[in-house]
Write a protein that binds this ligand. Structure first.
Ligand SMILES: [Cu+2]
Length: 239
């Protein structure tokens, strides 16, 4: 009995509850976080009633992560009408942990599980590496363990962009991203994504960059150089 109660206590410790209040979830872990890799939400199981706010705090260094709603059936694919923070790339940490990017999600329907994942694919699939979570899992129904196990078998991760309003939870704004510590990248919306392009994870500019957004930034810089170079050549010819 005593052993059983210890187990029950340990299991309960992994679940964080919020009742019309705020709960913080760390997005991504430090590289040296004990007992786990960098690809995780901490905690990854949350119980929260309607009106509660989940504050996702981007804490992982290195880190480029998203909070994207999926379904139990397709753990690493954006849910139709699902919420999506977009990618937040944390460039550096702050000395005391304050001033980090945050994204607030408010629970609007606490009667159904809200499954979510990180859609980052570089340097490996974060979703398949364990970076998944659930709000309001129902006892005796689909379990978080089964969700995470299914995610681990996924070979490609959806890169389309969801909205702020999701199924059972909504955000009123995009992530608050202080420019000195992080950058926000938004992908093409699901409806605007061409068939076949959603799983590549590559934006124009190349696939060997640290993030889809990073690829966009490098592509822009390259184009800028071309434009500048062309302008200089043009000016020289005029002279
Ligand atoms: Cu991630």
């Amino acid at each position: 009995m005593r052993f059983g109660s210890v187990l029950a206590t340990l299991a309960a410790a992994a679940v964080v509850s919020a009742q019309n209040q705020s709960v913080t979830v760390n997005v991504g872990a430090e590289a040296n976080t004990p007992n786990g890799g960098v690809y995780q939400f901490i905690p990854n199981q949350i119980t929260a009633t309607n009106g509660s706010t989940i504050t996702f705090k981007f804490t992982g260094i290195p880190g480029n992560h998203s909070i994207t709603q999926s379904t139990f059936a397709s753990p690493c694919t954006g849910a139709p009408g699902g919420f999506d923070s977009g990618w937040v790339e944390l460039l550096k940490n702050t000395t005391d942990g304050t001033g980090l990017p945050e994204w607030n999600l408010t629970i609007t329907n606490d009667q159904t599980p809200i499954w979510f994942f990180c859609k980052q694919v570089l340097p490996q699939l974060h979703c398949a590496s364990g970076m998944v979570g659930v709000i309001n899992v129902k006892p005796g129904a689909n379990s978080f363990a089964a969700f995470q196990a299914a995610a681990a078998k996924v070979a490609s991760v959806d890169q389309s962009q969801g909205g702020l309003v999701g199924n059972g939870a909504s955000a009123s704004a995009q992530p608050l991203v202080p420019s000195e510590v992080a950058t926000l990248f938004l992908g093409a919306s699901a409806s605007a994504t061409a068939p076949g392009s959603s799983a590549s994870g590559s934006a124009p500019g190349g696939s060997n960059t640290p993030a889809p957004g990073g690829a966009v930034a490098l592509g822009f810089n390259f184009n800028l150089l071309v434009i500048l170079g062309g302008a200089i050549i043009g000016a020289t010819m005029v002279l």
